[in-house]
Design a protein around this ligand. Structure first.
Ligand SMILES: Nc1nc2c(ncn2[C@@H]2O[C@H](COP(=O)(O)OP(=O)(O)OP(=O)(O)O)[C@@H](O)[C@H]2O)c(=O)[nH]1
Length: 552
């Protein structure tokens, strides 16, 4: 028979059990189980790391976002607070200013009212005839000298002629019947004080505020007007004392919104009206006093306005402080805070991004490390397997067998249980190689290895290639009968392979087996000695004609 025939022939494993064992495990099975176990461990590992990384990066991002949100909220709250505080301060400042101006205006007008009331009484008492006029002139002079704000004091008859004045001479053209105040008093019976629009004096050519009062004859008919003109400069001098920015405004108005005076001084504005402005329409006209952020028609810039009506006179005083100006400190502060916040936000974001990058890099390194560890473990397992197994047959090698024998030897000593050892050698294998070649010899050894591998052994039993064409089987806790039965099965198994061997007297490949069974004796036996004993039994089997089992 050609070697190709037996090489391809199916070898049937032993169907009966030599040594009865429960739950025997193969090396390959153990290896498979261990590999799948590690795969099961690796998968949750990877998931955990993925999740861990995600949650770490997420936590970092969330913390930074929270920190930034807190920072912005705190600074926003601070800016909001300081805005309202600055606004309240500017409102207080404008109201104080308005109060000072209203006090000044009240004082000025009440002095004028008192003067006019006294002069009217004197005129009523003395009369205003030609004889009394020098006396009245003196009186007017005294009053005018006593009050420096007074530009002129004049008396007009019922036709509008100036008949007495504090000046030494009456004007050449001295009819004032066209003046507002004259017309008003002529047409209105009340004897109350009237504060008129600013006009230019015909005598001094200065701007004046005319304050006038009607005079009646004893029968109640119109007798004329007594006038006290207050120089606009009086207000100008007073208003200039206040240090206000150019875009702020101090104003004195008549009740109808006509401007009596305005600081900073601008002659063009004197006599104009703010009656159409939101400030006047929505606030001044409606309330006695108040504070409001508003605009004027002629001045669209938003200002913090405070205003008050004088209690006794139809005059309003208003102060408008530039919102831009009054809030400039707050704006600077808010800007500083915004810049600081921005710097912190940028810093936090940068640090967070760097940390996130580091975490990612670290996680990546960890992943790579885990991967490398896994590969190393796999490599170690393969190396371990390689170190323990025989390359040709896949069985354990001599090195592993020696270690296992050491262990089982010790165990047998301790447990006082017998140990079985079978040493197998292929008969006439040199001839086989010579006849069929080394490749066929290798295949033959592989088939024998497979036969041994398929033996139904217990989990502590071990089959190894001892070297060359020699195999060894270790059977812990096995008595003589069990070991011999196993040896017999093995021998039969090899015969059943039916490998043709023309160099053998039997015509097929056979094997000789040396068996040792016994309890190792303390102080006498060693693992090597047990093998030697099995080997000498094998030697005996060879000597007695091969294809047989001999026991040591
Ligand atoms: N093909 C092959 N041959 C091997 C291997 N290992 C050892 N051999 C051969 O096995 C033969 C063993 O020969 P011997 O020790 O003289 O024994 P034998 O020819 O079997 O004779 P007996 O054992 O006395 O029956 C040698 O020729 C070795 O070269 C191997 O792995 N493959």
């Amino acid at each position: 028979m050609q070697p190709s025939h037996f090489l391809s022939s199916q070898w049937k494993p032993l169907s009966s059990t030599i040594v009865k064992v429960q739950g025997c495990h193969r090396y390959s099975l153990m290896r498979k189980t261990r590999r799948s176990g590690s795969a099961r461990q690796d998968k949750p590992d990877a998931i955990l790391h993925g999740r861990h990384r995600f949650s770490l990066v997420f936590e970092l991002g969330a913390s930074a976002a929270l920190l930034i949100a807190a920072l912005i909220t705190i600074n926003g709250w601070h800016v909001w607070q300081t805005y309202h505080s600055a606004l309240a301060k500017s409102q207080t400042a404008t109201m104080n200013l308005t109060q000072a101006l209203s006090q000044h205006a009240s004082d000025t007008f009440s002095q004028a009212e008192a003067t006019l009331a006294e002069l009217a009484r004197q005129i009523d008492t003395l009369g205003a005839g030609a004889a009394q006029r020098p006396r009245l002139h003196q009186l007017f002079q005294q009053k005018a000298q006593g009050l420096k704000q007074i530009g002129a004091i004049s008396l007009f008859d019922d036709a509008g002629h100036m008949i007495v004045t504090e000046a030494d001479h009456l004007p050449a053209v001295n009819n004032y019947a066209d003046r507002d105040y004259f017309i008003y008093h002529r047409d209105h019976p009340e004897l109350t004080l009237r504060i008129g629009n600013v006009v230019r004096s015909r005598m001094t050519h200065q701007l004046i505020v005319p304050i006038s009062r009607r005079l009646n004859h004893s029968d109640g008919s119109f007798a004329g007007v007594v006038l006290e003109s207050i120089m606009l400069d009086h207000f100008r001098n007073f208003y200039t004392r206040f240090m206000i920015s150019d875009d702020s405004t101090l104003m004195m108005l008549l009740n109808n919104g006509t401007v009596l005076y305005r600081h900073p001084y601008d002659e063009k504005i004197i006599g104009t009206t703010i009656a159409g402005s939101p400030l006047y329409q929505d606030n001044i006209r409606q309330n006695h006093s108040g504070i409001v952020t508003s605009v004027l028609s002629a001045d669209p810039e938003q200002k913090v306005y405070s205003y008050t009506h004088l209690k006794q006179y139809p005059v309003i005083v208003t102060t408008g402080l530039s919102l831009d100006q009054t809030m400039s400190d707050w704006r600077q502060d808010a800007f500083n805070h915004a810049v600081m916040t921005l710097i912190f936000v940028v810093m936090i974001t940068t640090v967070c991004l760097l940390l996130m990058r580091q975490v990612r890099a670290r996680m990546r390194a960890e992943q790579e490390l885990i991967h490398a560890q896994r590969e190393l473990r796999t490599l170690n397992r393969s190396l371990e397997k390689l170190a323990r197994s025989d390359g040709l047959t896949g069985l354990y090698n001599r090195r592993h067998f020696d270690l296992a024998l050491d262990n089982e030897f010790k165990r047998a000593m301790q447990s006082r249980r017998e140990l079985g050892l079978i040493l197998l050698d292929v008969d006439y294998f040199k001839q086989f190689n010579d006849l069929y070649g080394h490749v066929a010899g290798d295949e033959c050894l592989r088939l024998i290895g497979q036969t041994l591998h398929n033996l139904p052994l217990r989990h502590r039993d071990l089959v190894a290639r001892y070297g060359g064409e020699e195999f060894i089987i270790l059977l812990p806790d096995t008595d003589r009968a069990g070991t011999l039965a196993a040896a017999q099965r093995i021998r039969q198994g090899i015969i059943q392979l039916n490998i043709p061997h023309e160099g053998s007297p039997t015509g097929i490949l056979t094997s000789s087996l040396g068996v040792f069974v016994g309890l190792p004796v303390a102080g006498q036996d060693t693992p090597t000695r047990l093998v030697v004993k099995a080997d000498s039994a094998l030697y005996q089997a060879k000597r007695q004609g091969r294809n047989q089992i001999c026991q040591a």
